[in-house]
Design a protein around this ligand. Structure first.
Ligand SMILES: NC(=O)c1ccc[n+]([C@@H]2O[C@H](COP(=O)([O-])OP(=O)(O)OC[C@H]3O[C@@H](n4cnc5c(N)ncnc54)[C@H](O)[C@@H]3O)[C@@H](O)[C@H]2O)c1
Length: 449
């Protein structure tokens, strides 16, 4: 089946690259012609592990191509993956204007029947509206559109690995033939008929992702319900951390023991600066908004969102307490991306922290293995360093905002000699309080004595 991908961001590029590597013919398009020019020149506009390698090999095999002409991509394909952004509006509702734009373009440019697949995260009932829009915008009654929802569960940082080894592939359809087409599209992934770039072709044995066929409404709901649940877990761990601080317990001990219960599970129980990125904050907001629009009060989720927003204030309070006066202090911010192994800074907690520090007159020296170029566009006034030790030199405090491996490996004995003051305020609980104190550091973190 010939495929096209609309939107060459994190999800679109990984989807296009992995499906091309799995043997499909894929045309990718984006409204951003500079992005397409970069891809055509062999560049990759985002940082994601293994992505550049598979884009290169799929291109060499003639399986993937890029065009700024959306109509060309639409005409060249039988199935179209919509992977455009669905950012939050002021009121938290998902902004679906890019999806609407795609519907208009697909309806106008289609030269034959098309399977239109929502991969972007959208609120329940978007599929119904998309079906209606395709019919309304279409100029030729003979051309039929089928709509499916195929939410994406990949995580930035491990997106290629996740796409090739999914826990589940959710396919929401109203028409059994659409489910069959999607089964065909994913067959090489389910049957592991691809050269895995993550495991060099020999993936470890393990359960294979199940393809679940649901209604479109359910598929859309599954995505929001899953992300919101994970966000709840993180906020829950953060409240436990606050309790631990007041009571004198260790959140790492508590969450580790909790996580050993298979009904709870250990993931997403890490206390710290809270969640950010282009998924959790906006998906939680959109889910609350969707629930309210149908008369369901999602109080529990509102609380999770409030707890998360308060993390920044709790962190900056720790900074203020430790530094006493922030104005004029030189601080090293370790980590800008919203999580490790990505260059994505959308809704990154580090940026919120920096905004507050700048407002209070601190001199900010920042470092991140991948996210400096994107952050420079937002905060041109910061001092940037590729080398963490250069950022730490003469610093009055080190502020750890992202859990990059490179920061876990910092030699704090060496760093301590470079810093003006041996003070670490760790927003990600990366280090052992005992070892930091043994090195003479004043060390603050979340929920640990
Ligand atoms: N990033 C993730 O980890 C992740 C994971 C799962 C799901 N999602 C969802 O997938 C969707 C895309 O997320 P992303 O992180 O890839 O976003 P992104 O911003 O990285 O990419 C979106 C791309 O779409 C392009 N675009 C926007 N409007 C367009 C249009 N009308 N026609 C053609 N191209 C257009 C943009 O130029 C951009 O390149 C969102 O709904 C998001 O919630 C994201």
């Amino acid at each position: 089946m010939r495929l096209s991908v609309i939107g060459c961001g994190y999800v679109g590029l990984v989807t296009g690259a992995c499906l091309a590597e799995a043997g499909h013919q894929v045309v990718c398009t984006d409204i951003d012609s500079e992005r397409i020019a970069k891809l055509n020149a062999g560049g990759v506009p985002i940082y994601e592990l293994h992505l550049s390698q598979i884009l290169k090999s799929a291109r060499a095999a003639g399986k993937i191509s890029y065009t700024a002409n959306g109509g060309e991509a639409i005409r060249a394909s039988d199935a179209i993956f919509i992977c455009v952004g669905t950012p939050p509006k002021e009121n938290g509702e998902a902004d679906l204007s890019a999806i609407d734009h795609c519907a208009r373009q697909i309806a106008a440019e289609a030269n034959g029947p098309k399977l239109v697949i929502e991969k972007s995260t959208v609120p329940a009932r978007t599929g119904i509206e998309l079906t209606r829009a395709l019919a309304a915008y279409g100029r030729n009654d003979q051309i039929k559109f089928r709509v499916a929802s195929n939410p994406e569960f990949l995580r930035e940082g491990t997106a290629v690995e996740d796409f090739f080894h999914p826990d589940r592939i959710v396919v929401g359809v109203e028409d059994p033939s659409a489910a069959e087409d999607l089964r065909e599209i994913y067959r090489p992934i389910i049957e592991r008929r691809f050269t895995c770039p993550v495991h060099n072709g020999t993936c470890p044995p393990g359960p294979r992702g199940e393809l679940l066929v649901t209604t479109i409404n359910s598929a859309e709901l599954i995505k929001h319900a899953s992300n919101s649940f994970l966000a709840l877990k993180i906020s829950y761990a953060n409240v436990i951390a606050d309790l631990c601080e007041r009571i004198g317990a260790d959140v790492e001990e508590v969450t580790r023991a909790m996580g050993l219960d298979p009904r709870i599970g250990g993931q997403f129980l890490k206390a710290g600066l809270g969640f950010g990125g282009f998924c959790f904050p906006k998906d939680v907001q959109a889910f609350i908004h969707l629930a309210a629009s149908v008369g369901v009060d999602f109080d529990i989720l509102k609380a999770a969102e409030r707890v998360n927003k308060e993390r920044i204030g709790r962190y900056t309070e720790k900074i203020r307490k430790a530094l006493w006066v922030v104005k004029g202090k030189r601080v090293a911010v370790l980590g800008l991306a919203f999580k490790a192994n990505t260059d994505d800074i959308r809704f990154a907690p580090a940026l919120e922290v920096i905004r507050e520090l700048l407002a209070e007159g601190a001199e900010v020296h920042a470092t991140d293995p991948e996210a400096i170029p994107r952050t420079q566009a937002v905060f041109p006034q910061l001092h940037y360093h590729d080398d963490p030790y250069a950022a730490l030199k003469h610093a009055d405090a080190a502020l750890v905002c992202t859990e990059w491996d490179a920061f876990k490996k910092i030699d704090w004995e060496r760093a301590g000699k470079l810093m003006a003051r041996k003070l670490v305020i760790d927003g990600r609980n990366l280090y052992s309080p005992e070892s930091m104190r043994a090195l003479g550091f004043q060390y603050h973190c979340f929920g640990r004595p």
